[in-house]
Design a protein around this ligand. Structure first.
Ligand SMILES: Cc1ncc(COP(=O)(O)O)c(C=O)c1O
Length: 413
């Protein structure tokens, strides 16, 4: 039963891969009084976040901001660019790729779902849910499409259900190598502002993202970063859309306003988040998450448990999925850890339910909070009767101690 009147001492360890822990500085910014969203002050805030968010997406083109969760922004991307019966190519990397494919089908789009076709060592049923997008399969499929029926290629940048990141630049190269005009649409809901992402340089037509992951905000706003080709496509696309329609939003955004009531206090938070990320520098933000991921994976390797991502080249800097031994219910382990140590871990989603859990390394974290997460997981695994090969806590401490964070070195200098 939910006990809202019971608060354990200390901070809850929110180590799910989003919503991520929100920095106090952002919470404070969000506590400012709500202002008139049609008044003169608001336009300044709107213009500031609209230009700031372009830097985070690494784009010079418009970014639509919705008062909605990421799922809404998925729908916005599809409904603005496609017409009923259009054919799109998607790639099955995990639960979120599957949900997006289901949504496209529900909207009346014809979908083709490519997948990795190998045999898996630890999870025979997991299929491609341990690997990233294979650009060569996309290229081969596009080359066969001589009638140019495929209108878009849709992929997930950081598959939050598995902890696998995909090479988006390689997908763009594959589309270009096939000489195919399909749009490239990318879900970077959990990748943006944690893993390197370059909307313009990688030739992405629509990037979808959300507030509650790398941007370190609570859930409630989501984004479509656009390309000129996406905006052109939206003029001809006929899927019904009203709330999601880019044309009115982009027009009103020119003065910093929205066609409807925007999420004012979350925009205060977004403004603060953008300031924090740009002050740190995106390169440093990406390196910080890579280092965190390596420190957490050191623990999983020391435990002797398999990592959900089977390809070290595409380990996610945002989260690490851990496969529990056969017969150990990963959700029971998570429940125990939550009850005993006030630590929340991500559940196994879809066909991974009960077989793995996810450790988030994003948001308002640092070496010590991550070592504490590792300690909570290690105690929980032991209490669940899982035989561990060694101490993950020691391995994480060793990793972080021997790989000083560049920011810490700077401060000491
Ligand atoms: C990769 C990815 N896509 C889509 C979604 C759905 O976003 P939301 O839950 O904000 O609607 C999520 C949520 O975790 C996600 O991680």
């Amino acid at each position: 039963m939910l006990q809202l009147d019971f608060h354990p001492t200390g901070r809850h360890f929110l180590q799910i891969p989003g919503p991520s822990p929100v920095p106090d500085r952002i919470l404070r910014a969000m506590s400012l009084p709500t202002i008139d969203h049609r008044g003169p002050e608001f336009g300044g805030l709107g213009l500031k976040v609209l230009s700031g968010i372009q830097k985070i997406f690494q784009t010079r083109h418009p970014v639509a901001i919705y008062p909605a969760s990421g799922t809404g922004a998925w729908e916005a991307a599809l409904s603005n660019t496609l017409s009923a019966g259009d054919h799109v190519l998607m790639f099955e990397t995990g639960h979120f790729a599957s949900l997006w494919q289901k949504m496209a089908t529900r909207l009346g789009i014809s979908t083709e779902f490519l997948a990795w076709e190998g045999k898996d060592e630890h999870l025979p049923l997991a299929g491609g849910w341990r690997r990233g997008v294979q650009a060569d399969l996309i290229e081969a499929r596009l080359r066969k499409d001589t009638e140019r029926k495929i209108k878009a290629v849709c992929v997930v940048h950081n598959e939050t259900s598995t902890g696998v990141t995909s090479d988006i630049a390689a997908v763009r190269k594959a589309i270009d190598a096939a000489g195919h005009p399909a749009l490239l649409m990318v879900d970077s809901i959990s990748g943006l502002a944690s893993a390197d992402f370059r909307h313009d340089e990688w030739g992405v037509d629509v990037t979808i993202s959300g507030s509650q992951k790398g941007l370190m905000l609570p859930p409630g706003i989501s984004f479509n970063a656009l390309s000129p080709r996406a905006l052109e496509a939206s003029k001809k696309a006929t899927l019904p859309r009203a709330f999601w329609a880019w044309d009115e939003i982009v027009e009103m955004n020119k003065d910093g306003y929205w066609p409807y009531t925007p999420n004012t206090n979350l925009l205060y938070g977004l403004s603060e988040a953008i300031d924090m990320l740009l002050a740190e520098g995106l390169e440093n933000v990406f390196a910080r998450h890579q280092r965190w991921g390596a420190g957490v994976r050191a623990a999983v390797n020391a435990w002797g448990l398999p990592i959900q991502c089977a390809d070290p080249a595409v380990y996610s800097p945002v989260l690490t999925g851990v496969i529990t031994p056969e017969g150990v219910d990963a959700d029971a382990v998570r429940r125990l850890i939550h009850q005993r140590f006030d630590l929340s871990l991500g559940t196994g989603l879809g066909k991974l339910k009960g077989r793995m859990f996810r450790m988030g390394h994003l948001g308002d974290s640092n070496d010590l909070t991550l070592i504490a997460m590792v300690a909570g997981v290690e105690m929980g695994l032991k209490l669940s009767g899982v035989a561990l090969a060694g101490s993950g806590v020691q391995a994480s401490m060793d990793y972080f101690a021997s790989h000083a964070a560049p920011a810490a070195l700077k401060k000491a200098a």
